[in-house]
Design a protein around this ligand. Structure first.
Ligand code: KG4
Ligand code: ZN
Length: 335
């Protein structure tokens, strides 16, 4: 049996987890510096990097302890670490730590793409899931549709041409004075508002599988400025309806072209209540499985990175100890 330690420090979360090749999560810890960033309307890279430096070793120690392992001599077969995309200063802290552990324990280092990690989240909750799977990967930095033949076998079939869905949530939330991150408060407010009170365009209604969110954000701001009488909850509800409508419309379109055994959502925006309900309904309609991960598995964590590492290890992939981080590492470039 293979056991991998995963380390994730691409943004504000300092995370470590131990996963084995039955996809069982033996220990997982996520610490976040998010409280330090609230006032700034986004993650401040300098603060995030400094927080990782002080948190990384205690987090790894705690994840290992959760798996019944000791920091000094753990029964670990490899160390997997996020090497991009993400904030460069943050990535480098996790990468340097992972190299030190790999050297000290004399085990291979596996550099993992953060987005590939997100694709493994559904598998950790449904280890026997049937392939292929169509995944809507929606986070603060990315929005894409991915066709997955099996673990680690993926093809990006659609992508945003401008902003990511989460970025649109964050920008609209900032404009509404709701703080950062914007997804959770908009999701909550949307439940109290009336989406019909504001007509917003649904972008990208063409035949392709790409997305666009910058026009929607601007439309919200324009409409809100024109109608100061509108309640924040109504604006949130109208925005959420248009955003989820665009995401699910493209998912349906992809389902007409690709025959799959299931659909999955992954990434921070997969925590969205409306998206979760819509994707489950679409899957039921097509008679296929819906993989809607728990909230903790949607947002950044290290179990998903360790799981991607398990797959790399099984394929004989190893990273050189001289490997660097790549803040713009594209999923399409992952071999
Ligand atoms: O995957 P993630 O934790 O970090 C990135 O890799 O980007 O995603 C964070 C994003 C943020 O933009 C946040 O506003 C969004 O996920 N998010 C949500 C919800 N919870 C988090 N967006 C919509 N609805 C939510 N409930
Ligand atoms: Zn993420």
């Amino acid at each position: 049996m293979s056991v991998v330690l995963g380390i994730e420090t691409s943004c504000d979360e300092t995370a470590a987890a131990v996963v084995d090749d039955t996809w069982r999560v033996r220990g997982s810890i996520v610490e976040s510096s998010i409280d330090q960033h609230h006032h700034y309307g986004g993650v401040v890279p300098e603060l995030a990097g400094r927080a990782h430096v002080t948190t990384i070793v205690p987090v790894v120690r705690a994840a290992l302890a959760g798996a019944g392992l000791d920091l000094h001599r753990p029964a670990i077969d490899a160390v997997a670490v996020t090497a991009g995309p993400g904030l460069i200063g943050s990535l480098l802290v996790g990468l340097a730590a992972a190299k030190a552990y790999a050297l000290a324990w004399d085990v291979p280092l596996l550099s993992v793409n953060h987005l590939e990690g997100h694709l493994f989240a559904p598998l950790l909750e449904t280890p026997d899931l049937a392939w292929p799977v169509l995944t809507l990967l929606v986070s603060g930095g990315h929005t894409m549709l991915v066709y997955q033949r099996g673990p680690g076998e993926h093809e990006v079939i659609g992508e945003t041409i401008d902003d990511a869905a989460g970025e649109a949530y964050d920008k609209v939330a900032r404009w509404l004075g709701l703080g950062y991150p914007g997804g959770p408060p908009i999701d909550r407010l949307a439940g109290e508002g009336d989406a019909a009170s504001l007509a917003l365009p649904v972008s990208m209604t063409g035949e392709d599988l790409d997305f666009s969110f910058s026009g929607l954000k601007s439309a919200v701001v324009r409409a809100g400025e024109k109608r100061p009488d509108l309640a924040r909850a109504d604006i949130a509800a109208a925005f959420q309806r248009a955003a989820v409508e665009q995401l699910t419309r493209k998912l349906r379109r992809a389902l007409e072209r690709y025959e799959v055994a299931g659909v999955a959502i992954a990434g921070g925006v997969a925590a969205n209540s409306a998206l979760r309900a819509s994707v489950a309904a679409i899957a039921a309609q097509y008679g296929i499985a819906a993989h809607v991960p728990s909230l903790a598995m949607c947002t950044d964590n290290a179990a998903m990175i360790a799981a991607a590492g398990i797959s790399h290890l099984a394929r004989g992939q190893r990273s050189d100890l001289a490997v660097s981080a790549d803040p713009n590492w594209s999923l399409a470039d992952v071999s």
